[in-house]
Design a protein around this ligand. Structure first.
Ligand code: CP
Length: 324
C-alpha cells in the first residue's frame, strides 16, 4: 500500500504506479464496506471540489457530488456555458483561480483534440489535484470502477479474458476514451484483452502500443480482432460499446455512413451464448438500447451494469480521499 498520494492528479491511470492503483482499490473496497455498514467516513471535512463540465453527464456528476458529501466535503457543479469560460477565461486562469478556491478540480472536456490538452493546461496552473472526469483520450475513473467490478465478480483478473468490443450506436459519435482507458488499465493487471472493432474504429496507435507494452510486462496479452463473434467466444467478460471512428474521419455524415455498415454489431442473446457460460456483461452507460445492446442482455442475469455504475462512487471517493 502506498501512503504518499497527496496532491497527485488523476488524468490517466497510466501515470500512476500499479501499487498506487492497488491502494486506490484497497481504499475503494473499504469505503464501499463502510457505506454498506452505515459507518461515517468524513475524510474530507471542510474540503471542496470544483466539478467543471463541458459535456453532459448522469453518473459522473452524481457520483462525484454524492461522494464528496459522504466524505464530509462539498462539490460545486460548474457548467462552462454559465461561466465566463464562454467569454474567454483560459485554462491557465481556471487552474490558477479555482485552485485557490477549491481543494480539487474535476473536469469533463471530451472535445476531440481539445479535452486532454485543456485538462493538462489546467493542471499545470493548479496548486491542487486535477481529476479527469473524461476527456477525448481517457476516462480513468470509469476504468478503475470497471476493474473493481471485474475483481468483485471474477476474483483475480490475471489470466481472465475480456472482449472490449465496438458496438453500433445511432445516437452520436461516442468518445474513444472508455476503450482506451480499459485496454491501458486491464493489461496492467494480467488480463487477456481482446480489442474488437471494424477497421475504421481503430484506437490511437500510441495508446495501443502502451497497452501492448503493459501486457508484455505483466504477462497478459492484447489481441486485436475485427470479428465481434470471435471476440465474444469463450470470454469471461464482454464489454461491447460504441465509439466514434474519429481516427478515420471527423465528418459526422461520413461517420454515420461508415457506422451503418456495421448495424449488426449488437450485444444480443445469440452472441452472449458464444461467451463463457458465466460471462459478465459490462457497459459504462448510457447505452443505445436494442441498437448497441438488446434489452434481454443489459437487463439479463449476466449484466453487472448497476454494480459497475455504483463502483464509480467508491473508486472516486478513494482517489479523492487519497489525493485531496
Ligand atoms: N459512464 C459515464 O461516464 O456516465 P455519464 O456520462 O452519465 O457520466
Amino acid at each position: 500500500m502506498q501512503t504518499n498520494l497527496r496532491n497527485l492528479d488523476m488524468i490517466s491511470t497510466q501515470s500512476w504506479t500499479k501499487e498506487q492503483i492497488e491502494t486506490v482499490l484497497d481504499v475503494a473496497f473499504d469505503l464501499k464496506r463502510k457505506r454498506a455498514l452505515g459507518q461515517p467516513h468524513a475524510y474530507l471535512r471542510d474540503k471542496t471540489l470544483a466539478m467543471l463540465f463541458f459535456f453532459t453527464s448522469t453518473r459522473t456528476r452524481s457520483s462525484f457530488e454524492a461522494g464528496m458529501a459522504q466524505l464530509g466535503g462539498h462539490a460545486a457543479f460548474i457548467d462552462h456555458h454559465t461561466t465566463q469560460i464562454s467569454h474567454g477565461d483560459t485554462a491557465r486562469e481556471i487552474g490558477e483561480i479555482l485552485g485557490r478556491y477549491y481543494d480539487g478540480i474535476a473536469i469533463r472536456q471530451c472535445d476531440w483534440k481539445v479535452g486532454n490538452r485543456y485538462i493538462r493546461d489546467v493542471a499545470a496552473a493548479s496548486r491542487v489535484p486535477v481529476l479527469n472526469m473524461q476527456c477525448d483520450i481517457y476516462h480513468p475513473f470509469q476504468a478503475l470502477a470497471d476493474l473493481m467490478t471485474i475483481i468483485e465478480k471474477k476474483g483475480n483478473p490475471r489470466g481472465k479474458t475480456i472482449a472490449v468490443s465496438w458496438a453500433y450506436a445511432a445516437s452520436y459519435q461516442k468518445p474513444i476514451s472508455v476503450p482506451q482507458s480499459l485496454i491501458l488499465l486491464l493489461t496492467r493487471f494480467g488480463m487477456n484483452v481482446r480489442l474488437v472493432h471494424p477497421p475504421e474504429y481503430r484506437l490511437m496507435p500510441d495508446i495501443v502500443q502502451q497497452a501492448q507494452d503493459n501486457a508484455r510486462r505483466q504477462g497478459g496479452s492484447l489481441e486485436i480482432l475485427d470479428d465481434m463473434d470471435a471476440g465474444f467466444r469463450g470470454a469471461d467478460v464482454v464489454y461491447p460499446k460504441s465509439w466514434g471512428c474519429l481516427l478515420t474521419t471527423e465528418d459526422l455524415e461520413e461517420s454515420a455512413r461508415i457506422g451503418k455498415q456495421y448495424e449488426d454489431w449488437i450485444a444480443d442473446e445469440r452472441r452472449m451464448v458464444l461467451a463463457a457460460p458465466d460471462a459478465g456483461y459490462m457497459h459504462c452507460l448510457p447505452a443505445d438500447r436494442n441498437i448497441e445492446v438488446a434489452d434481454a442482455v443489459i437487463d439479463g442475469p449476466q449484466s453487472v451494469v448497476y454494480d459497475e455504475a455504483e463502483n464509480r462512487l467508491h473508486v472516486q471517493k478513494a482517489v479523492m480521499s487519497l489525493v485531496m
